[in-house]
Design a protein around this ligand. Structure first.
Ligand SMILES: Cc1cc2nc3c(=O)[nH]c(=O)nc-3n(C[C@H](O)[C@H](O)[C@H](O)COP(=O)(O)OP(=O)(O)OC[C@H]3O[C@@H](n4cnc5c(N)ncnc54)[C@H](O)[C@@H]3O)c2cc1C
Length: 503
């Protein structure tokens, strides 16, 4: 194994096993913090090695929505105290006011059609603050290695167990007992898992899960300085409440954030030959400009255009993002390798729950891994880690995939493309009519209902349910699931060196 960047202090001899996490984003750090909190050291230490491709643990600004269950996880990790110290508001249980939805794709003034009530007062937590607090919760048994971009991994059989070798872009390697890919939407861990499986089994179907796919959506972001808007329009409706400005196949979210108004224009262009897409080449973010955003809202209502005209004219402040997602995976665990967060289920952001799903994955997996029965193999018993990982997958993957589906549906609703409530583009086609106020009322009700799941459940209950299953004879139940088509797999003896699957 290569010498880590930060050498641990002294050799510990009661190490139960090592968890290797690739990616120090929301999911990876929550997992390490959960392991740090729940490891009972008298049972032995769980060492955690984290590998991050960037030269430091960092994230681009902006907020991440924290709903009920993800807040419970963060509370468990001691966030309430930390946020109070930083004078950041903590979320309150119960309803709160959300954005006002408005029909805007018309040259005359638009109108409100849905005053959204959130089923739970979510916290818009500043991403750098979230990562900073998570990092402060890591125990001395966690080591972060920066500037380590995973390229691939290989699995090899050891004397008692299979081990994993990680291969990094700087040509170094590291060894792991268990590998968790928390490396985001473009996950190298997922790519290795599924492209390796396609190659080794001869089933090309697996290859479709290796790479992220275009979601059909582009997002433009650019701030509006609040003072600048106030000078021109002191009573403007964006100053007090978040707004969703809806129209055919695109919508704009405006959010008052103190010194500036956050603006995101989402545009649905599923056509892969769209000229908008051609500009990206291999990048996921490219520079844009105020004029480009304004041009996309040509013919939209005056009140929206007034705001967009105040976007910071500095082109470096305006960007366009291509949003990729992960096709619903048939599984996210293979042997001793698992995926969490965006690596397993990157989704569209229309419910603001991708970060929360990463937090929930990390919490359940972290608690399962710190269960006293989680162990690598010994002369008397086999490793329980693959079963622990499968338990995590069985519970979390369907839940996160449901959230991804809901996020996709919400995009269709905001952009008048929802099945049964599809309305034409009256601007592009004079024969096509837009929605009537009555139809928009129904749409508004659907939007309201689509968020109700966010107030349900509790993570402690999820943990109790799953933690209680560790040690039971769950193997049969889990492996009976039709996770992948075993019949089509090429028959071979032994351990597959890329995927770790015995075939
Ligand atoms: C426009 C937009 C708006 C959004 N708004 C919201 C919102 O309001 N609320 C919400 O909950 N979610 C939102 N999301 C989604 C949210 O950002 C993600 O779901 C969340 O960041 C996922 O966390 P993660 O830890 O899985 O991945 P990430 O946050 O992407 O972290 C992955 C980490 O892995 C590192 N990494 C990547 N590749 C490698 C490699 N090969 N080797 C080593 N390290 C690697 C990266 O540098 C990064 O640090 C939004 C997303 C978008 C695009």
């Amino acid at each position: 194994m290569n010498v880590p960047d930060t050498q641990r202090n002294g050799k510990k001899n009661n190490v139960r096993f090592r968890v290797t996490i690739v990616g120090c984003g929301i999911g990876g750090l929550t997992l390490a913090a959960t392991i740090s909190k729940f490891t009972i050291e008298q049972d032995g230490i769980i060492e955690v090695d984290m590998y991050e491709s960037k030269s430091e643990v960092s994230v681009i600004g902006a907020g991440v929505g924290i709903w009920k269950r993800s807040w419970q996880v963060l509370q468990d990790l001691g966030f309430e105290e930390e946020l109070v110290k930083r004078e950041v508001k903590v979320p309150v249980d119960g309803e709160s006011r959300g954005p006002i939805f408005r029909k805007s794709d018309q040259p005359t003034p638009g109108y409100d059609f849905h005053d959204h009530v959130m089923p739970y007062g979510p916290l818009g937590l500043h991403r750098p603050t979230l990562l900073e607090i998570l990092q402060s919760k890591l125990s001395a048994n966690c080591t972060i290695h920066t500037s380590k971009a995973l390229v691939s991994y290989t699995v090899h059989a050891g004397d008692n167990d299979s081990g994993i070798t990680l291969h990094f872009a700087d040509n170094t390697t590291a060894e792991a007992d268990i590998l968790i890919g928390a490396d985001g939407v473009y996950s190298a861990t997922r790519q290795t898992m599924f492209s390796g499986l396609a190659e080794e089994t001869g089933n090309k179907e697996y290859a479709q899960y290796a790479r992220a796919e275009y979601s059909g959506t582009l997002a433009y972001r650019g701030p509006v300085p609040t003072e600048k808007l106030k000078e021109k329009y002191p009573q403007h409706i964006v100053l007090n409440r978040p707004k969703a400005w809806c129209g055919k196949s695109q919508h704009v979210i405006t959010h008052p954030l103190g010194p500036y108004i956050g603006i995101i224009l989402y545009m649905y262009r599923p056509d892969l030959s769209s000229p908008h897409l051609a500009r990206f080449q291999n990048q996921s973010v490219i520079p844009s400009s105020r004029d480009e955003v304004l041009a996309l809202c040509e013919g939209w209502e005056p009140e929206l255009r007034e705001v967009l005209e105040c976007i910071d004219p500095d082109p470096s402040k305006v960007s366009c993002w291509v949003i990729h997602r992960v096709k619903p995976l048939p599984f996210c665990v293979l042997g001793n390798v698992g995926l969490i967060g965006d690596a397993a289920h990157a989704m569209l952001p229309h419910q603001g729950v991708g970060g929360g799903q990463a937090i929930e994955d990390a919490h359940l997996l972290g608690r399962l891994l710190t269960h006293p029965k989680a162990a690598v193999s010994s002369p008397s018993s086999p490793s329980t880690l693959p079963i622990i990982l499968k338990l995590y997958e069985t519970f979390r993957l369907p839940a996160a995939q449901k959230a991804a589906e809901a996020s996709y549906d919400n995009g269709l609703m905001y952009e008048f493309n929802y099945p049964g409530l599809v309305f034409g583009d009256s601007q592009a086609d004079p024969n096509s009519r837009g929605p009537t106020p009555d139809e928009l009322k129904v749409l508004g009700e659907r939007i309201g209902e689509s968020f109700t799941w966010l107030k349900e459940g509790d993570v402690e209950g999820d943990w109790q349910k799953n933690g209680g299953r560790v040690g039971e004879d769950v193997i049969v139940a889990i492996f009976k699931r039709p996770a992948y088509d075993r019949k089509k797999r090429k028959k071979r003896e032994g351990l597959n060196h890329r995927t770790g699957l015995y075939i």
